[in-house]
Design a protein around this ligand. Structure first.
Ligand code: SR1
Ligand code: MG
Length: 405
């Protein structure tokens, strides 16, 4: 019987043995093998196994509880979902996701390409690095994967097979709670509200019933509109980047949902990078982020439109007015989700370093108020945000509003 016939949570020394068994094609130099646990996400364990001859692999293992909170019990099947969607995304958008070497439903672990020549994008953003190819690359990835898995393009039976295969109730439940509920009522007492803005949060988020109605509409939409096979957590911590390449990973929250959820996540996380740059007065970095935001919105919409027109198969969708309506709903969803993500990462349970590492208390409070002010505008006025420039004006208006308060 093998050592890996029954599930257990691995330690680095186990991951070395595991890599020998599962990734023999690396022809390991066994004497020089070593391993480091490098996971910094909220849920899983990530081991980098390497040897002295330049071979390496990333082993990702799902635990039965979340790293961020032991109270959060989770099905380890998410590792299978993640591996299978990475394989599918790799076919739809070759070169934009890491190669999967294997996945193992016993150990709830998978082995994937080591992308150590890339940085995690959030870390790069915290160092105010800029990436001129990012907008073009991420928009290509999103257009191909998101439009490529819709009913507009796919055979409807095949799409339903995918929808069934990627049903992901537990991780959707986390999003429904952390993104679409708790930031507006703290119903489980686990929000992290920065003390200087407690009153602001109460007035703008907890006490505004009109806003709650908009959030309820968006929440039910997230739960019921099976538009595309979305990544489900496409923030800058789920992206590896370098000067030449953008690679998307960590799609364990994937399911069939509205595609604006992914696009809005990318944009909101660029805004967090902007707020960090702004707090430290780095004008050059902020200018790059602004152009990236504008380009991500415009290029993604252009590429979705081109993909739609080239690949549409549904006969009723081969209708110009419908196409315009459909693309319009994506922009409006993108705006709303930009706002939802900006709010939940500011006041909710899972925060982002871009904001929490702003050391000066006043600057951090200002950044958080800008974030919430812009976010509410993105949610309430989601049908008016028609282009990249409109997304930037929303941010700039929020800055002005907070600074003249
Ligand atoms: C309990 S998990 C908290 C957050 O981390 C993940 O990356 C998702 O964004 C989730 O909402
Ligand atoms: Mg993650």
């Amino acid at each position: 019987m093998s050592q890996f016939d029954t599930y257990f949570l691995m330690k680095p020394e186990d991951a070395i043995e595991y890599a020998k068994v599962k990734v023999p094609q690396k022809e390991w130099d066994t004497d020089s093998m070593s391993c480091k646990e490098i996971g910094d996400g909220n849920l899983n364990y990530v081991f980098k196994v390497m040897d002295g001859k330049g071979h390496s692999v990333i082993i990702k293992q799902a635990g039965c509880v979340a790293r961020i909170s032991e109270d959060m019990k989770l099905d380890t099947d998410r590792n299978r979902i993640e591996s299978e969607i990475l394989e599918l995304q790799g076919r739809l958008a070759p070169g934009y996701v890491p190669e999967i070497y294997f996945y193992d439903t016993v150990m709830s672990a998978c082995g994937m390409q080591d992308l150590s020549d890339h940085m995690i994008m959030r870390t790069a953003m915290l160092e105010h690095k800029t990436y001129p190819k990012f907008a073009d690359q991420i928009s290509t990835f999103m257009a191909q994967v998101l439009m490529g898995t819709t009913d507009v393009v796919m055979d409807h039976q095949e799409k339903k097979t995918l929808q069934r295969k990627f049903i992901n109730p537990e991780l959707c439940d986390i999003t429904e709670a952390l993104v679409y509920t708790e930031p507006y009522n703290d119903e489980r007492n686990r929000n992290n509200v920065f003390p200087p803005i407690v009153d602001f949060v109460k007035e703008k988020l907890y006490d505004d019933e009109e806003l709650h109605c908009e959030i309820a509409k968006l929440k039910m939409d997230f739960m019921t509109r099976a538009q595309s096979l979305i990544h489900g957590d496409l923030h800058t911590g789920s992206i590896f980047i370098n000067e030449e390449s953008t690679m998307v990973f960590d799609p364990e929250f994937c399911f069939y949902g509205p595609m604006g959820y992914d696009i809005g996540n990318v944009i909101a996380n660029l805004f967090f990078a902007w707020l960090n740059g702004d707090a430290s007065g780095d004008k050059e970095f902020c200018a790059w982020v602004e152009s990236a935001v504008s380009d991500v919105v415009n290029m993604t919409m252009d590429k979705l439109k081109a993909y739609y027109e080239e690949h549409v198969t549904d006969t009723m969708c081969k209708n110009k007015a419908y196409e315009e309506y459909y693309l319009g709903t994506i922009l409006s969803d993108t705006s709303a989700v930009t706002g939802l993500e900006m709010i939940r990462r500011t006041v909710g349970m899972a925060n982002v370093k871009d904001i929490t590492t702003i050391a000066d208390e006043k600057k951090r409070a200002r950044a958080e108020k800008i974030c919430i002010t812009a976010a509410i505008d993105f949610i309430r006025n989601r049908d008016d945000k028609k282009c990249g420039k409109c997304f930037l004006s929303t941010l700039k208006n929020a800055v002005e509003s907070v600074d003249t308060e």
